[in-house]
Design a protein around this ligand. Structure first.
Ligand SMILES: Cc1cc2nc3c(=O)[nH]c(=O)nc-3n(C[C@H](O)[C@H](O)[C@H](O)COP(=O)(O)OP(=O)(O)OC[C@H]3O[C@@H](n4cnc5c(N)ncnc54)[C@H](O)[C@@H]3O)c2cc1C
Length: 387
């Protein structure tokens, strides 16, 4: 089947008219920066005052961007996606943990997602964030050796479990000032567990100036050390935070000077990875149509099958269904990141999604256009008498 991102019939086949109307209403609301700002303040105030905001959040942002509050609650959503050949990556998205008990609970929850992935054909990967396993000062290398060792043991526990169950696991990338610790541990895990196949995937953010060079270094290390690389490629999520901190602390901004430079490095990294497929498996985590088509085109030029098991595409739940579902219909490997957690714990994640979509020029404009197009198409189909 020909790949066409404008095919809204395929993109939204899994959603009823009522779902589309609800999504349209929600994207219209979050298109307004003023409303998102006010909404964010209201939610934080409401949480402090213990107001019963849960039903409101659950019916809006949570419904659009999250799979459920528990793994079990996500299962119907996972199966619904899978009917359209779209896989799921369960993302336990609790943030702001601070106690040892919290961190251990997170490890147990991630082990649970690995167990489900082991049993369920619709779940090809698991994922975790190191910031969910320790305090920020440990990731910033200001903790005691004992605290660092506790983090290392938690990461080891998750990766060992993934290895036992033969479920590949992604390690998300975070802010540059904690990424060195994450990179160190991710490399250690890849060396240890990627002997026969890539089971541990690290994440590279190409809005950083130094990541292409780091990719080359990783490739050299993998040949020298005889282990596989798993690489999730993303542009990077902390643009404003990174720039603000660099300004405030007077160090050179580690990020690219422009969006175009980020785009160029992202696509160049795809080329580099494709040249080393005998050593690297990749996941392109992006909502960018050009980069997605670029990878598709390069796969075709290299004579690779769309479902080559070494190459995956991934988007976040509730965003860019026109990319995910059309890719899947054309036979490509595609998975949605499906965040789940108790509603209150997921609020920072949901607010970030709303903020990210607060631009009519960007993602939201595109979502609104596609939703309207599909609703119009359905109305026309209903009006046209069947022969
Ligand atoms: C499956 C998946 C997994 C992800 N995992 C992670 C992760 O582990 N860590 C993480 O940090 N992010 C992660 N992200 C988020 C990702 O990094 C991006 O923030 C998001 O996907 C938007 O980028 P895009 O490629 O979809 O496309 P686009 O919308 O085309 O690109 C937007 C991105 O371009 C970059 N950009 C924008 N303006 C500028 C500028 N002026 N200068 C330089 N760069 C600029 C920023 O990175 C921005 O987010 C993930 C995304 C997905 C879909």
């Amino acid at each position: 089947m020909q790949l066409d991102f404008q095919n809204t019939a395929t993109a939204f086949a899994h959603r009823s008219d009522a779902d589309l109307q609800r999504a349209l209403w929600m994207f219209r609301l979050i298109a307004s920066p003023a409303l998102v700002n006010a909404g964010e303040k209201l939610v934080h105030f409401g949480l402090r005052m213990r107001l019963p905001l849960k039903p409101l959040v659950r019916a809006t942002l949570f419904r659009q961007f999250a799979g459920g509050e528990t793994v079990e609650e996500c299962i119907p959503r996972i199966e619904e996606l899978w009917r359209h050949k779209v896989a799921t990556i369960l993302d336990y998205s609790v943030e702001g943990q601070s106690t040892r008990a919290d961190f251990d609970t997170t490890v147990q929850e991630i082990r649970k997602t690995i167990d489900l992935a082991h049993r369920h054909p619709a779940i090809p990967f698991s994922v975790f964030k190191m910031s969910g396993l320790t305090s920020p000062h440990v990731l910033e290398r200001q903790g005691s050796p004992a605290e660092f060792e506790a983090l290392r043991q938690r990461v080891l526990d998750i990766c060992q479990h993934a290895h036992n169950r033969q479920v590949p696991v992604f390690i998300d990338a975070e802010e540059s000032w904690v990424q060195e610790t994450i990179d160190g541990l991710a490399e250690e895990m890849m060396q240890r567990f990627n002997r026969e196949r890539p089971l541990v995937f690290t994440t590279l953010q190409f809005y950083r100036k130094d990541r292409l060079k780091y990719l080359e270094q990783l490739i050299q290390k993998s040949y020298a050390g005889n282990f596989w690389l798993g690489i999730k490629l993303v542009r990077g999520a902390y643009l404003e935070k990174e720039s603000a901190r660099a300004r405030q602390l007077h160090y050179p901004n580690p990020l690219q000077n422009s969006k175009e430079e980020t785009d160029a490095d992202f696509n160049h990294a795809l080329d580099v990875c494709l040249q080393h497929l005998e050593r690297i498996h990749i996941c392109a985590g992006t909502h960018n149509e050009e980069s997605t088509l670029y990878l598709v085109q390069k796969m075709q030029q290299a004579g690779l099958a769309p479902d080559d098991p070494r190459i995956w595409f991934s988007q976040l739940l509730g965003m860019s269904d026109h990319i995910s579902f059309n890719l899947a219909a054309a036979g490509y490997n595609v998975a949605k990141y499906m965040p789940y957690a108790p509603v209150e714990s997921l609020i920072p994640y949901l607010v970030r999604r709303a903020r990210e979509n607060t631009s009519v020029q960007g993602q939201t404009g595109r979502e609104l256009r596609l939703l309207r197009q599909e609703l119009r198409r359905r109305r026309q189909v209903r009006r046209t008498p069947a022969n």
